[in-house]
Design a protein around this ligand. Structure first.
Ligand code: GDP
Ligand code: MN
Length: 387
């Protein structure tokens, strides 16, 4: 689960990581009032969405005067922001964060996350912070230094100092940086954060270390014991279809292709997407309808898949182990009738009662092509999706 920058900055402040002074506004008038109470002439207005890359698309504005703050907020609130990290639809801007501008001398990068291979928390730092860390990682990985934390010992100050000196900080700055990093480590441990990213972490002209941006991600499996974090969730920033899917206990992830996939079992769902790609198609989603699928679940899954206008064909790939193929067929037929489905469907049913299931599909009079061979099924659905 993600948080907004403003929520992450509030947490940072509590854990001893310096952040610029600011406040949240949900209307242009409120943004003006916030600026007035902050005082001074110049302000930064930042769109609050669950995505980075805002700076490059007008989601971060440096302005002079409270009128300009109100105007900037007016231009953001109620709009959708499309950044490199959001996908084409973008995310709704419901609020802006107004803060005092910082005098930036240097922009650094620092993050902490769980390295699953090493089974440790890893910290990464680079002197090349700012907006293009992905480029740095790709073209000059030597400019990023990683250190792993031993779970029994915890983050040691000397490790933080190593990262600080690597980024060319002076002695006083390294001391501040070490404090900040120990705070990050406590956030990971005490709040079950799975990722903390500060990009940029700045050195101000006055030599102060500060988090100018803040990204926090939490382990969803730990939210039951992190009530305060769970309450900060903002459903408006989540994918509508994924939210809908979770209501029906469907494992669904939106993707950008044209072939809707309905599969039981996560492994088979992955293999299905692979084979679709192998034959030149692009899956529109990952969907695992689970083992104990019911006709109702199949119907809901169909509704989700067909909500996207990009979907041109549907691929049903079910292995009837626990669930019977005739029940699945019944669900498919019911779903097609209820949703008035116009799209071509390729259905591959294998396992218990598969003959009966196939017969039902064939005699339903619907536009469903039953195919039993997986490769043939994939080729057929790709051809149908490409028109
Ligand atoms: P992101 O693009 O979504 O990651 O948003 P950031 O919060 O990282 O801001 C993007 C960029 O805006 C930063 O890298 C800074 O260069 C610039 N920026 C943000 N706040 C300030 C500020 O207070 N003063 C100045 N001069 N630049 C800022
Ligand atoms: Mn940033």
């Amino acid at each position: 689960m993600n948080l907004h920058e403003y929520q992450a900055k509030e947490i940072f402040a509590r854990y001893g990581i310096a952040v610029p002074q600011g406040s949240l506004a949900t209307s242009p008038e409120q943004a003006r009032a916030v600026a007035k109470s902050l005082g001074g002439e110049r302000f930064v207005v930042k769109a609050q969405v669950h995505a980075g890359g805002r700076g490059k698309v007008g989601g971060v504005k440096l302005v002079t005067g409270v009128d300009a703050v109100e105007d900037a907020a007016k231009g953001m609130i109620g709009q959708r922001l499309v950044t490199k990290q959001t996908g084409a639809e973008g995310l709704p801007i419901n609020s802006v964060w107004v803060e005092r501008p910082s005098n930036i001398a240097r922009e650094l990068y620092v993050s902490a996350l769980v390295d699953r291979t090493e089974e440790k928390i890893v910290f990464m730092a680079s002197a090349e912070g700012g907006m293009d860390i992905e480029e740095v990682a790709e073209h000059s990985p030597e400019k990023i230094k990683s250190i792993h934390v031993h779970p029994a010992a915890g983050l040691q100050p000397f490790q933080a100092r190593q990262l600080g000196f690597f980024m060319g900080l002076d002695k006083d700055q390294v001391a501040q940086f070490t404090q900040a990093l120990l705070g990050v480590y406590r956030i990971v441990n005490e709040l079950d954060a799975s990722q903390v990213e500060i990009n940029p972490l700045i050195v101000t002209a006055e030599g102060q270390i500060m988090a100018l941006d803040a990204k926090l991600n939490f382990d969803a499996n730990a939210l039951y014991r992190q009530k305060a974090i769970a309450e900060m969730r903002d459903p408006s920033q989540e994918d509508e279809r994924e939210r809908e899917a979770s209501k029906y206990d469907l494992n669904y992830v939106t993707l950008e292709g044209t072939i809707g996939c309905m599969v039981n079992g996560a492994g088979l769902a992955m293999a299905t997407m692979d084979i679709v790609k192998l034959h030149g198609g692009q899956p529109a989603n990952f969907l695992d309808v689970g083992g104990g699928t019911t006709a109702e679940k199949v119907t809901e899954a169909f509704k989700l898949i067909t909500k996207s206008e990009d979907v041109k064909a549907i691929f049903i790939n079910i292995f009837g182990g626990i669930v019977r193929c005739d029940l699945i067929a019944e669900g498919i037929i019911q779903a097609c009738r209820q949703t008035g489905l116009k799209l071509p469907v390729v259905a591959r049913l294998q396992g218990t009662n598969m003959e009966k299931g196939r017969e039902m599909l064939e005699s339903s009079g619907l536009k469903i092509t039953p195919v039993s061979d997986l490769t043939e099924a994939a080729k057929t659905v790709v051809a149908l999706a490409n028109g």
